[in-house]
Ligand binder design. Sequence first.
Ligand SMILES: C[S@@+](CC[C@H](N)C(=O)[O-])C[C@H]1O[C@@H](n2cnc3c(N)ncnc32)[C@H](O)[C@@H]1O
Length: 283
Amino acid sequence: MSSHFKPPIRSDELRLLKEFISEVFGLVLDKNNDGHFTKKLLPRLESLGLATFADYYAHLKFSPRAKEELKRLISIITNNETYFFREESQLSVLADVVLPALKEKKLKSRDKKLRIVSAGCSSGEEVYTLAMLVIESGCFLWDWDIEIIGVDIDPQIIERARSGVYVGRAFQTTQPHYLERYFRKSDEGLKVKEIVTKITSFTEGNLLQMDQIIEKQTVDIIFCRNVLIYFDDESIKRGVHSFANVLRPEGHLFLGHSESLSRITSNFISVRFPGAIIYKKRD
Ligand SMILES: C[S@@+](CC[C@H](N)C(=O)[O-])C[C@H]1O[C@@H](n2cnc3c(N)ncnc32)[C@H](O)[C@@H]1O
């Protein structure tokens, strides 16, 4: 096929593809980006030797190699923007209020396990930030079993997260203290030190089905920030239901600044702090 390969997309093909993406990943693609979306799919059609977008849709639904293609598709459509110490006011609530209270509660029940999940963790900055805050809080010492787990549906971004190497913009709001204490120089950039990586892990997975990757009722805190803005209400409901499945009773949910559950579910109650709202799973 020539490099001028450009089949036009029909409106029914576009609708089917967008419905499929919303059903499988929860993501709702903005109609202002339809042109951009179809342009990014063209190399996929060309490389698979498919003549039309309807053929591509059929490939995603029915081909024995659909699973492989879904991974390529997700890397094309996701927005992976992230950086260390994003939205500081929420992180302060975690460090100053939630972690100390959780420690006290757990000590009373002789439970020295702490599980935090970053759902939609992208290239890992949020996961490592949370790990650094847990360490700095001084609340949880060596005899605690601590795990900060990053989950993302995009396999390529999970690989980057595992490498733990960062440059430039990733550090736009990182204070020098953290750079000195938790990173070392490597050929490609700054690499996260072992004191952090030994309490973190990364898993490829869909946040709509958290209980397929994480044991039910074992998680203390979920961060899912700047992910649900790309979902419609129905997909947000599915996501929140999936979070409720893996959270412990009274577990905490942190959403992005502009994301709210008020119209969506009664499984969580909201708790207001200066500059941040967090959600608590009903007991
Ligand atoms: C904009 S990034 C947010 C990163 C980080 N949470 C933050 O706030 O900086 C959104 C991430 O959500 C991931 N994502 C989108 N839909 C997902 C799904 N259904 N399951 C898991 N991850 C998903 C994308 O692959 C992307 O890496």
